[in-house]
Design a binder for this molecule. Structure first.
Ligand code: BG6
Length: 509
C-alpha cells in the first residue's frame, strides 16, 4: 500500500517553501579540511543552484595554508568534480564568490587582517557586515577561536554576526559546561549555533510534522499504547581516514551523545505551544532533564560496547578496526554502542528506549521504531503463531519515509491474520531526493534561525545523561568490556542479549 501525492515536480508547482537569506559573508575556518570539501562547499553550491543565496554573497575560506583565491577555487572545483561537470557555467559564476585568506586563528595579526578583508568584501559585495563564522576546526580551538573573533570585535553586533560550532561540543559534561561558559563570554547565546547535522535531515524534521500536524498519532504517542522505542543509526563504513579523531572519541561521543540523542528528544518531546526556536528547544531540553540510563547506578548492565574485527567476503575482505591505519593495535575505542534509557515523565514512564549505533554493520540505515502494545485478546489464528505488534517505523535514511505495520485478514475461508506494511516514501511522493542536512543548516545559520541548532542547556544535559557510562569507561573499563564483532554483521551478540532480557529483538530490516 503506498501513500503518495500526485506530484512530479514540487519546485515547479511551488511546494518547496524557501526563506530569503539576507546579504551575507560566510567565513569558514578549516577551509583546507575534509568537511569543507565534502559537505560545506557542496551544500553552498546546492543553495546557489537552487537560487537561494543572495546576489550579495561571499564565501571566505580560511586556513593556515598559503593558498590564493584561485588555488582555493580550483581545489573546491576538484572536490565537487561530478557536480561541476554537470553545471559548469553555474560553478564558474558561483566560484567568483569564493575567496581565500590564510589565517591562523590563534594569531591576532591574522584575525585583524581578516577583519580588513571582511570590510573590503562588504564594500565590494554589499554584504552589509552580515557575517556567519563557521568553526570547522579541531574542537580544541573552539573556545580560543571564539575568543580571537571577539577580541577583534567581529562578534560585537548580535544582529549581524554569529558563529557556527561543529560537534563534538566538549568531551563530557564538565568540558561542555566550561566551553559554554567561555563562548558565552564572547557572544550572546542567540549568536551561537551548535550544529548537529542530523537535525538538518528532512526525515528528522519530519518527526515533528508527523507528530504535530496530524491528529491520529498524538493520542497514542505515549506509555499507554507504546511498549518500546528503538533508535538505530547503522553504518557500513569503517573509520576511514579519521582514526586520529575517532581514537579519542568512539561511538558514544561521536554518535550517541549528539545524533541519536537528538532523535530521541524529537521522538519523546511534548508538543510545543508554537513553532518557535525557544518553544521547541525548551521541550527538547525537558526530555533530557527526565531521561536517564536504565541502570544509572550499575551502568554496565544497560550498555554494550563493541569493536569491529575483520570480515567481508573473499572478493572484498575488510580489515578489523585495530588494523586500520592510525589505530593502536590494542585500541579499546568502541565502534559500536547499544544502550537502554528511560524518560521518567508522565508520557513515557516505564517505556524503554533502546539506542544503537555502529560502524561496519550489516546495512546503512537510520530509523526510529515505535512498537505498540499487543492486542489484549487474540481472537484469530496468526501467521507465525501469534499476531505481531503494530509498529511505526520512521525511516531516517536511506529510503527516507515511514511505514506502519499492522495485521490484516489473510485471503481465504479461514480467519487467519498476517502482518502487512503501509508505506510512505519521500522519493515517490515528492519526486526528488532530499537535500543534505548541511544545505538546510547552512541556510538556517545565515538566516539566523536557531531552531535546528542545539542550545547550551541541551548540549550539557545530553552529556550529563551519559556521564555514568563515560566515567565507567574512564575509571573501570573492565566493567564495560569491548566485544569484537565481525565486520558487516549487526554487532556483538551481547547487544541482542540487552533486548532479550526484556523479551525483545532488535529490528533487522
Ligand atoms: C558524523 C560522525 O557526525 O556522522 C561520523 O562523526 C558518522 O563518524 C557520520 O559517519 C554519520 O552521518 P550520516 O549523515 O552519514 O548518517
Amino acid at each position: 500500500m503506498n501513500v503518495s501525492l500526485p506530484i512530479t515536480n514540487p519546485l515547479r508547482i511551488g511546494l518547496r517553501q524557501e526563506r530569503v537569506i539576507p546579504p551575507q559573508c560566510l567565513v569558514i575556518f578549516g577551509a583546507s579540511g575534509d568537511l569543507t570539501h565534502r559537505k560545506l562547499v557542496p551544500a553552498l553550491f546546492e543553495l546557489y543552484k537552487q537560487r537561494r543565496l543572495p546576489s550579495e554573497f561571499a564565501l571566505i575560506g580560511c586556513a593556515r595554508r598559503p593558498w590564493s583565491n584561485e588555488e582555493f577555487r580550483q581545489r573546491m572545483e576538484k572536490a565537487l568534480k561530478d557536480k561541476v561537470e554537470r553545471n559548469k557555467n553555474e560553478w564558474d559564476n558561483f566560484a567568483k564568490c569564493l575567496f581565500y585568506v590564510p589565517v591562523d586563528l590563534q594569531k591576532e595579526e591574522d584575525v585583524l587582517r581578516l577583519k580588513d578583508k571582511l570590510e573590503e568584501i562588504d564594500q565590494k559585495k554589499a554584504t552589509h557586515s552580515n557575517r556567519t563564522f563557521y568553526l570547522s576546526v579541531s574542537p580544541k580551538f573552539y573556545g580560543s577561536g571564539c575568543k580571537s573573533l571577539a577580541s577583534a570585535g567581529l562578534l560585537g553586533d548580535p544582529k549581524r554576526s554569529r558563529v557556527v560550532i561543529e560537534k563534538p561540543f566538549g568531551r563530557d559534561y564538565k568540558t561542555a559546561q566550561a566551553l559554554n561558559q567561555l563562548v558565552q563570554t564572547c557572544a550572546q547565546e542567540n549568536q551561537i549555533f551548535r550544529i548537529d547535522h542530523y537535525l538538518g535531515k528532512e526525515t528528522v524534521q519530519n518527526i515533528l510534522v508527523l507528530r504535530f500536524a496530524n491528529t491520529i498519532f498524538e493520542p497514542i504517542w505515549n506509555r499507554n499504547f507504546i511498549s518500546s522505542v528503538q533508535i538505530t543509526s547503522a553504518e557500513t563504513v569503517g573509520v576511514e581516514d579519521r582514526a586520529g579523531y575517532y581514537e579519542t572519541s568512539g561511538a558514544l561521543r561521536d554518535m550517541v551523545q549528539n545524533h541519536l540523542t537528538q532523535m530521541l528528544t524529537l521522538t519523546a518531546m511534548e508538543p510545543p505551544g508554537h513553532f518557535d526556536p525557544e518553544a521547541i528547544r525548551n521541550e527538547k531540553a525537558k526530555v533530557l532533564q527526565s531521561a536517564r540510563l536504565a541502570n544509572e547506578h550499575e551502568p554496565w548492565k544497560c550498555c554494550v560496547r563493541g569493536q569491529y574485527s575483520k570480515g567481508g567476503s573473499q572478493g572484498y575482505p575488510l580489515i578489523g578496526y585495530r588494523d586500520e591505519p592510525g589505530v593502536a593495535p590494542t585500541s579499546t575505542t568502541e565502534t559500536f554502542v547499544a544502550t537502554k534509557l528511560f524518560v521518567d515523565n508522565w508520557r513515557w514512564q516505564g517505556v524503554p528506549f533502546y539506542i544503537r549505533t555502529g560502524k561496519r554493520l550489516a546495512k546503512r540505515l537510520s530509523e526510529i521504531v515505535l512498537t505498540f502494545r499487543e492486542a489484549p485478546v487474540h481472537l484469530f489464528d496468526a501467521a507465525g503463531g501469534c499476531p505481531t505488534s503494530n509498529q511505526l517505523i520512521l525511516r531516517i535514511q536511506p529510503n527516507e519515509g515511514a511505514e506502519f505495520k499492522f495485521e490484516v485478514k489473510s485471503p481465504g475461508s479461514g480467519m487467519r491474520s498476517r502482518p502487512v506494511e503501509m508505506e510512505f516514501s519521500y522519493d515517490e511522493s515528492f519526486g526528488e531526493p532530499s537535500d543534505e542536512g548541511y544545505v538546510r543548516l547552512l541556510a538556517d545559520a545565515m538566516l539566523g534561525d536557531p531552531t535546528l541548532f542545539t542550545r547550551s542547556d541541551e548540549v550539557e544535559a545530553a552529556w550529563r545523561l551519559y556521564t555514568p557510562l563515560l566515567e565507567l569507561i574512564e575509571d573501570s573499563p573492565w566493567q564495560l568490556p569491548i566485544y569484537q564483532y565481525e565486520s558487516r554483521t549487526w554487532g556483538p551478540s551481547e547487544s541482542d542479549q540487552l533486548l532479550a532480557k526484556d523479551n525483545l529483538l532488535w529490528r533487522r530490516p
